[in-house]
Design a protein around this ligand. Structure first.
Ligand code: G3P
Ligand code: CA
Length: 374
């Protein structure tokens, strides 16, 4: 860290775990597999700036970068012809206008994915050309009514397009915009003969990003694909963790371990053998009580840092529906509460980054802590 910034931080934040961080927004990978992570708290545009645009559209990613996000986050699924596209889940009825397209009515079906039955339309049943005729729509219009004016304006992007956007915006903005792809339901896609990983590795290679200093993290809620990717990718790998349940690949293999086992010191030490960090549900970092009020930090950040793992919790959102009880405003679920207070609690707990639907708010919250009088 340059000495002026170090001085600012040290003077203003003697109790904050940011004191050893490089300048905010600077990309840095975890330094090997031991020792304290060195990365500054990074802002990850969750599904783009999905608080302001329909998620997983180029418009959402571009807005996130322009708002100051360090990374843009595409979740990845595949088309029938093997092209990676950005969607949060295989079922595309919740985030596109496919239900209104009579030409695709017969594609509606029910599939069991990771043990859960889903009814709708599925990306893997569409060629890329077919998928390109669809348009993105807002997932939660009851909360984000303002986003609905963009319904019908944007296509479903390919991963290659996201990578090209990242490169263009990095050049234009004069700073490296990172990309943080997630493999969605990897076991499921492998089980139907359309594994995500070969296309993912190929795309990262094509973009010239398969190198240790590339601004890339690859993430997964499953474990086995990350272990395998460790041998193929030089970029950062992040083990995602839900607050409850078990990785789908372990459950399918009859392995009794759940996410509760992954967050123990022993589980974290194992993760550190193949990953560079963890992406926990934020409740695993600071839990909520029965009234949904935020409590005290758990040992997770300390334990993860002890084995050299970064900690990037998800997902931070401005609206009352998603905030801890004490930070909600008196408005309705869609109204904003005191999101700054939530960011402050997590940044003070020492997290290394945040997944957020509102990157501008996260950037401002980070800046407020680094320079309270700025
Ligand atoms: O990948 C981190 C976070 O995005 C995980 O949650 O369900 O939004 O992909 P999800
Ligand atoms: Ca994700």
């Amino acid at each position: 860290m340059p000495s002026p910034l170090r001085g600012l931080v040290a003077a203003a934040l003697t109790t904050l775990a940011l004191v050893s961080a490089p300048p905010a927004g600077t990309f840095a990978r975890a330094p090997g597999r031991a020792g304290r992570p060195a990365a500054a708290p990074v802002v990850i545009g969750h599904r783009g700036a999905s608080g302001y645009r329909p998620e997983h559209t180029l418009a959402a990613y571009e807005l996130a970068a322009r708002m100051g996000a360090d990374f843009i986050e595409p979740d990845l699924v595949t088309t029938s012809d093997g092209v990676l596209v950005a969607r949060h889940e295989p079922e595309i009825g919740g985030t596109t206008d496919v239900a209104a397209r009579p030409e695709f009515a017969e594609r509606r079906t029910t599939k069991t994915i990771d043990g859960v039955a889903h009814d709708g339309w599925f990306a893997e049943d569409f060629t890329l050309a077919e998928l390109r005729t669809l348009r993105a729509t807002e997932r939660i219009p009851e909360i984000r009514q303002e986003n609905t004016i963009y319904d019908g304006r944007y296509r479903v992007p390919t991963f290659d397009e996201v990578l090209a956007l990242r490169e263009r915006l990095s050049d234009e903005l004069g700073r490296e915009i990172g990309v943080y792809p997630e493999t969605k339901s990897p076991s499921y896609f492998a089980s139907i003969g359309r594994p995500l990983e070969p296309a993912l590795v190929a795309a990262i290679e094509r973009a010239g990003l398969n190198r240790p200093d590339a601004p890339v993290f690859v993430q997964s809620f499953e474990t086995q694909n990350l272990r395998a990717l460790r041998g193929q990718l030089k970029v950062g790998l992040i083990q995602l963790m839900q607050a409850t349940g078990a990785p789908a690949d372990l459950a399918a293999a009859g392995d009794p371990r759940g996410y509760a086992d992954l967050v123990t010191p022993q589980g974290l030490a194992d993760i550190a053998t193949y990953a560079d960090g963890i992406g926990p549900d934020k409740d695993l970092v600071i839990g909520r009580d029965a009234s949904e009020a935020l409590g005290e930090p758990t040992a997770l950040v300390t334990d993860a840092h002890a084995v050299g793992l970064l900690v990037h919790p998800y997902t931070f959102r401005n609206e009352n529906r998603f905030l801890p009880a004490q930070f909600r405003s008196h408005g309705g679920e869609a109204d904003y509460g005191d999101a700054f207070a939530e960011y402050e609690a997590f940044l003070r707990a020492g997290v290394d980054g945040v997944f957020t639907d509102s990157p501008d708010t996260a950037v401002a919250a980070r800046a407020a802590l680094l320079d309270p009088v700025g």
